[in-house]
Ligand binder design. Sequence first.
Ligand SMILES: *Cc1c(COP(=O)(O)O)cnc(C)c1O
Length: 453
Amino acid sequence: MAHEATRVLLDESRIPRTWYNIVADLPAPPPPPLHPGTGRPVGPEDLAPLFPMELIAQEAGAERFVPIPDDVRDVYRLWRPTPLIRARRLERALGTPARIYYKYEGGSPSGSHKANTAVPQAHYNAREGIRRLTTETGAGQWGTALAFACAQYGLECEIWMVRASHDQKPHRRSLMGVYGATVHASPSPLTRAGEAILAGDPDGPGSLGIAISEAVEVAAGADDTRYALGSVLNHVLMHQTVIGEEALEQLAAFGETPDLIVGCTGGGSNFAGLAFPFLREKLAGRIAPEIRAVEPAACPSFTRGTYAYDFGDTAGLTPLLKMHTLGHGFVPDPIHAGGLRYHGMSPLLSHLYELGMFGAVARSQTECFEAGVRFARTEGIVPAPEPAHAVAEAIAEALRCKESGEPKVILTALCGHGHFDLAAYDRYLSGEMRDFTLPQERIDAALAALPVR
Ligand SMILES: *Cc1c(COP(=O)(O)O)cnc(C)c1O
């Protein structure tokens, strides 16, 4: 089939049987999470109030391949394997000799890659007798995915949704309700962390960091309740490697090897999920793709943040994570970048970045929406604002190829559709959308509040 095909679909039997843990192939593991009180690495007993034992074990594990439970594969069958599609119509419109491929994760029940980790997280919690999960959600994609997964396993699901999104995205909220979840606007008066923020700023828009504080506080205070995180942590990145494992097989079926892999990074999970299996092949000397993360210019944790121990949340309830961070008090401008508006970054990806295993660039929101519209008008799928960042970078590279005549093979993850983001597309189309420039003083001020370690 080689260059003739447009989509490569795999049979259900090709759903991966294992997740890939890249830690097994690194010269050194990432620095461990630290207890904020003692400054010592956190142990399983510190994490037990928040996560089930199996996920705690996965978080610290060094096994190269972790078996995917049969009943998780069975739920995956609802949408996996996902298609790998060649963007022929986009290529033609650009007039580029580059060949662009995208792994489409928007066909999951919740509309993004987040379901890939929501399902195993619900599975392990249910298996260990947990009755309820709490979480935060920003744009609503993670909350929707977890609500769907909890419905599969008969778990209650309670979600703190960043107030700005809660008010602007009523349909995401409704979808979580359809799946049976309870949704609170964050900051909420239901938690000490929420009350403290409301006391200082009763009408604030909230942030992911604040919502995490609320969900963590409630989980830590109840025996039958645990907390679930949709990105950042090692086990989450590992669950997402089903994306890259399938893409390896599909790209080979196209008769291609990648020259460039690009992905958007909020907490890093879809990027890692696509890139890690290819990085394994690269470390083994079989392929040599360049790998590049794309982040919003208004929340640039790789390109302008610092590599330091910081809290994962605003109130300082989480362990300290060594990561690229803008400071846990950083609240980004109100850009339309959904899940990319987080102050920190996955510690594992931050470690790989320090090892020079991939690069990073930042893009402004208007260039991302321009790319999203271009993609929609050629390929038909409306990208969520997050993968529109990756699409913008893929287009920029394809246009460089047009100049140089290089027929590069570019691979990206189209990690979610934008059907709940049409208000943001409206703002772009009407010309109301503006780019923010992030002054260095704001980053400096947030970094000045880093915990000292
Ligand atoms: C949550 C989300 C992101 C950002 O999270 P990562 O962990 O960096 O992948 C990106 N795209 C979509 C569609 C999301 O739902």
